[in-house]
Design a protein around this ligand. Structure first.
Ligand code: ADP
Length: 325
């Protein structure tokens, strides 16, 4: 019996020691965990403070940015207003000069000699370029302030193009550039703003004449292509590099070659023309190779920008307040 008791005692002693070691181990692990949890909490707290600081900075920056944006918008409006006023002020005297020169050139103010006529003609052409520049600036201002109004009607495109070619025949002749009209139908109807499309065709043909050396050719082709009309102007001129092609529709952009060949351009024509094509639901496409000429094609839907009947297109304009100013 006493032997049995000592075995039990030993067993109990060992068991207690084992439990004690186990409990001690658990306590150490628990203490370590608590320490880690405390550390993580402290780190979290720090991150929350940083986050709060960052979000306050962001709110402040957002406020500063919207203030800057507002200032820029106001400056832009002031610039557009200035250009509009200046252009309007210039237009009146330029018109007066134009009509006075016209009276001299037509002999209405008495006979002028041949050499005087040459000087007067040169003055007249310079004045015309100034009037075009002023009108382009006014139109850009109108586009930027949302006041470039449109009036859509169903029209035959062919007579419009013929009108432009007629008006530019003399300019082409002076440069010994041949203007050639090609068409695949006798009537090509489309819902357009006639005056704006005239502006686009005039700009493209004028460019082709300006950037084509003497003796070159300009082909103007009108094509009816299913639901679309395409007016393309192809020349045998200096051409455009791929780099220049990316920029030619940007306001005031002019390539070096273009400046050398025709110093008087404004770099506004293609910006205006692309805007007009887009407003018609179309686009201007360009194909060109340096030294081998360029082709600019205006492609617009026959049914107009809304793809609807002329009456509905007109009504939508009216509702949007887009009719003639
Ligand atoms: P501008 O002709 O007054 O310079 P545009 O906006 O009409 O202004 O044209 C922008 C530029 O695009 C021109 O300066 C020229 O570099 C290029 N460009 C336009 N049409 C032609 C063309 N037919 N051939 C070669 N370059 C052209």
């Amino acid at each position: 019996m006493p032997e049995d008791t000592s075995i039990i005692d030993m067993f109990v002693t060992h068991l207690s020691a084992g439990v004690a070691v186990g409990v001690l181990g658990s306590l150490i692990v628990f203490a370590k965990h608590r320490q880690e949890v405390r550390k993580l909490r402290a780190e979290n707290q720090q991150k929350l403070i940083e986050l709060d600081r960052t979000s306050k900075t962001l709110v402040r920056r957002d406020f500063e940015l919207s203030q800057t944006l507002e200032t820029l918008r106001e400056m832009d409006q002031a610039k557009t207003h200035f250009v509009t006023v200046a252009a309007h002020q210039l237009r009146t005297p330029l018109s007066a000069v134009k009509w006075t020169l016209r009276l001299f050139l037509d002999g209405d103010l008495g006979q002028v000699t041949v050499s005087q006529t040459e000087y007067l003609q040169a003055c007249y052409e310079t004045n015309e370029r100034m009037i075009k520049l002023v009108n382009d600036l006014l139109n850009v201002s109108r586009i930027e302030s949302g006041r470039f109004s449109y009036s859509f009607q169903e029209e035959d495109v062919l007579p419009l193009v013929k009108e432009v070619l007629g008006a530019l025949a003399n300019t082409a002749k002076q440069k010994n550039v041949e203007l050639i009209l090609e068409k695949n139908e006798d009537r090509v109807m489309a819902v357009i703003d006639k005056d704006k499309i005239i502006m686009v065709v005039q700009n493209l043909v004028e460019n082709s004449i300006s950037y084509t050396p003497n003796g070159g050719k300009v082909f103007v082709t009108i094509k009816s292509q299913g639901s679309k009309v395409s007016i393309s102007v192809k020349d045998t001129g200096i051409g455009i590099t791929p780099e220049e092609k990316k920029q030619i529709f940007t306001k005031f952009y002019r390539s070096e070659g273009a400046i050398k060949m025709f110093p008087n351009g404004s770099g506004l024509g293609l910006f205006l023309s692309q805007n007009i094509a887009l407003r018609h639901g179309g686009v201007i496409e360009v194909e060109s190779e340096v030294g081998n000429g360029s082709t600019f094609s205006v492609v617009i839907p026959k049914k107009g920008p809304m793809g609807k009947s002329p009456v509905k297109a007109e009504m939508k304009n009216f509702v949007q307040g887009n009719n003639h100013i």
